[in-house]
Design a protein around this ligand. Structure first.
Ligand code: ATP
Length: 372
């Protein structure tokens, strides 16, 4: 079921000043997608989720879930949380320690007065779905963190919600369990074909889990799109910087050609991905470290290397290695180019040392130009 948010505003009074937690949010969340709200601490993610679920009352705007307006300032509509047909999974799991797995999951049905046979069937189905059917009699506290989070998911599912909302559900798990649970969760949600709205400040989680991501800052949506679009083709500097590691370099647009945009920056004159900026515009060049990958030893003096000969549009970036750190699958290098320090990657098979002069080839499509 789709969700439409229009002109949502929410302010709080805090220590004598007004905090605008939501500053005019317009957002369409398509049906049956995993849609993530991503942003730094305090950007308004949780407030937005709580407004959708009905635990928080906005000051202005409208919220529609499917065909139903559940909240509208101008139309004076306010549907209570329990009538919005939503399920919610919290960071803290919020499962009851004194109850068994079965009783935890059965709780929403018992509150509704569902008969015992139906409750039993639905709870068993939900537990089967999250692969906990063998643990139904176990006290909920005698489960791992990942299993407890699956109990919380089963409890949200058993009520057959139209939409499930997740508020940082994996942040209490350790890194390995978090990754495993994230994969299981994505599989469950795809199988269910349900609309899921997911809040996180973890960019890797957002990229791996989502069909779409909206990046928030200061109570506003800065940009939204598929994970690949947000990572490789962001429009804004804030988004490019937040979603992954990036070299961000001030640049001026020099020239527009059919296939690329040429800029002047501290690295020299570079051909970049085509972006529709005016000549003379001040922009930011974003280069991800993985696109500065040294995978063969380049002799700085030899200008006619095969890679250059193959493609004359590639940029050549030459610099001196200032530091080299082994981080597992690659070395991470800091490379000095004029007064700019670039973060780059070096394949472990390449023999280079600190102080060496190296050369990278940067294809224009990997030089992303973004606005502030
Ligand atoms: P985090 O990732 O840290 O949970 P968030 O993006 O979810 O952050 P919110 O919790 O939505 O951010 O908060 C948005 C802003 O509103 C913050 O500046 C926060 O301090 C403020 N805020 C949220 N709830 C209240 C409240 N009940 N009273 C006062 N200010 C609040």
């Amino acid at each position: 079921m789709e969700i439409q948010l229009s002109g949502l505003v929410k302010s709080y009074q805090s220590e004598g000043r007004t905090v605008r937690a939501l500053d005019g949010i317009d957002l369409h969340i398509p049906a049956n997608q995993i849609f993530t709200l991503l942003g730094p601490s305090g950007c308004g993610k949780t407030t937005l989720l709580r407004c959708i679920v009905g635990l928080e009352t906005p000051d202005e705007g409208e919220i529609r879930i499917g065909d139903q307006i559940v909240w509208s300032h101008s139309k004076r509509i306010s549907v209570p949380p329990e009538k919005r047909g939503l399920g919610m999974v919290f960071q803290t799991y919020a499962i009851w320690p004194h109850m068994s797995v079965f009783d935890n999951v059965a709780y929403p049905l018992q509150v509704r007065g569902t008969d015992r046979a139906t409750t039993r069937n639905k709870v068993r189905q939900a537990l089967q779905f999250v692969q906990l059917e063998n643990l139904e009699n176990r006290p909920a506290t005698r489960l791992s963190g990942g299993q407890q989070q699956r109990v919380a998911l089963a409890r949200a599912l058993v009520a057959e919600p139209k939409v499930i909302l997740f508020d940082e559900p994996l942040s209490n798990l350790d890194a390995k369990l978090r990754e495993e649970t994230r994969k299981i969760l994505r599989r469950f949600l795809i199988e269910l074909g349900i609309t899921a709205v997911y809040v996180t400040h973890d960019r890797v989680e957002a990229l791996a889990l989502s069909d779409s991501i909206a990046v928030l800052n200061g109570g506003r949506i800065i940009e939204r799109g598929a994970p690949q679009k947000i990572y490789f083709n962001a429009d804004h500097r804030f988004v490019a910087d937040f979603i992954g590691r990036a070299n961000l370099i001030a640049a001026t647009v020099l020239q527009q050609d059919p296939g690329f945009t040429t800029v002047q920056c501290a690295l020299g004159t570079l051909r970049c991905q085509k972006r529709d900026f005016a000549v003379g515009a001040e922009v930011t060049l974003c280069i991800r470290p993985e696109f500065l990958l040294l995978s063969q030893q380049a002799d700085a003096q030899e200008t006619n290397s095969p890679a250059v000969a193959q493609d004359h549009t590639d940029n050549i970036i030459e610099g001196r290695i200032e530091s080299l750190d082994f981080v597992g699958e690659v070395y991470e290098a800091e490379v000095r180019v004029a007064d700019q320090l670039l973060l780059a990657r070096v394949d472990p098979t390449v023999q280079v040392s600190q102080g060496d002069t190296v050369r990278f080839l940067l294809a224009p499509e990997h030089g992303l130009l973004v606005m502030d």
